[in-house]
Ligand binder design. Structure first.
Ligand code: ADP
Ligand code: MG
Length: 331
């Protein structure tokens, strides 16, 4: 339903996006992650029609909309500072995008949105009489009310705490599905991205590095750069001592071993590694050991949910699940 081809953009000669190609199916929820400044907002602004000077094309529902102005695109954009109109009631805010339709139609749609978002009691209040979470709900209701075909979220929950964010992220996918909305959700948080999305795009420096279902991206980041952007620490240079972990091809120069590689390992395909314990920490609820396969290689973290952890300096054999190992090539 959306197809971006060869999108590039520069602000005053500084490249912000470089040859982005990306497509979205109807009903899909795509999350885009990448560090601050990598071009996420610029890409959303281009899709919404707010950055007309780009190169490449935007095809939406089979039609080239590259030259179509924002207000005729039928695409909604939600920012972090969900700018509700302060002088309007919640009901008027939700109905804003329906302006021009018959009054009864607007009232019915506002009611339906209030039901959907559980804000029926708030319709007569003004934004300054709402909590942060309530304002967020109203902003969502307002953006879904005009039935946009595509909704773009630009880090909308970045200012909420983890608990509230988790709640919204759990509520949002069924709401979007129910409303039949296709969406793109931009975040710099890999966990948020996994909670919301059925496909994940990883960006850095204005480029799209990877695009696949989240489980696949996390299971096999393919390159060191993507692994780092996903928040994986302990990226280890390949070494003969890891031979048991079946390096797939000589192109892989590094590997990542997830700290939970030992959990339930015996129920999954795994290999054994002999390692030396270098350090010991508590990673609640379990101890975690830092272990290394040889003297001259960096250690990796390994959760120890098996009772008393081994002492520092001791040599132990640990099990490493194959699905917790990612082999990585250079960027
Ligand atoms: P993100 O949303 O991933 O943090 P942005 O799309 O906002 O990234 O920015 C991408 C790059 O473009 C950054 O280097 C940023 O400094 C630059 N940039 C963004 N907006 C403007 C602007 N209006 N004028 C000049 N440079 C901009
Ligand atoms: Mg941004």
């Amino acid at each position: 339903m959306l197809e971006l081809s060869h999108i590039s953009h520069a602000y005053a000669k500084k490249t912000a996006l470089h040859d982005i190609n990306l497509s979205l199916a109807a009903g899909e929820r795509l999350a885009i992650i990448g560090p601050s400044g990598c071009g996420k907002s610029t890409l959303l602004r281009i899709i919404a029609g707010l950055e007309p000077e780009h190169t490449g094309s935007v095809i939406y529902r089979g039609r080239d909309i590259t030259q179509v102005p924002t207000h005729l695109r039928g695409i909604g954009l939600i920012f972090q500072d969900h700018a509700l109109f302060p002088h309007m009631t919640v009901a008027a805010n939700i109905g804003y995008g329906l302006y021009g339709q018959p009054r009864a139609t607007i009232a019915a749609r506002v009611d339906a949105m209030a039901q959907m978002f559980g804000i029926g009691d708030l319709l007569d209040r003004r934004p300054d009489q709402l909590s942060g979470g309530e304002r967020q709900r109203v902003a969502l209701a307002r953006s879904i009310a005009p039935s946009p075909g595509l909704l773009l979220f630009d880090e909308p929950f970045a200012s909420l705490d983890r608990t509230l964010r988790d709640r919204f992220l759990a509520e949002l996918p069924p709401l979007l599905q129910h409303a039949g909305v296709t969406s793109i959700y931009v975040t710099h948080d890999p966990v948020d991205a996994c909670l919301i999305a059925d496909t994940l795009a990883v960006m850095e420096g204005g480029r799209l590095l990877r695009h696949a279902p989240p489980a696949q991206v996390f299971r096999d980041p393919q390159t060191r750069l993507v692994a780092r952007l996903l928040g994986m620490r302990d990226i280890l240079p390949a070494h003969p001592a890891y031979a048991a972990l079946a390096q797939p091809s000589p192109a892989a120069t590094h590997l990542h071993i997830h700290p939970q590689a030992g959990v339930d390992a015996r129920q999954h395909p795994h290999s054994l590694l002999t390692v030396t314990v270098r350090a010991l920490t508590l990673r609640p609820p379990w101890p975690q050991v830092q272990v290394a396969v040889a003297d001259d290689v960096p250690p990796f973290s390994y959760d120890w949910p098996f009772g008393e952890p081994p002492p520092i300096g001791s040599s132990v054999t640990v099990a490493v699940r194959h699905d917790c190992v990612a082999w990585l090539r250079d960027d």
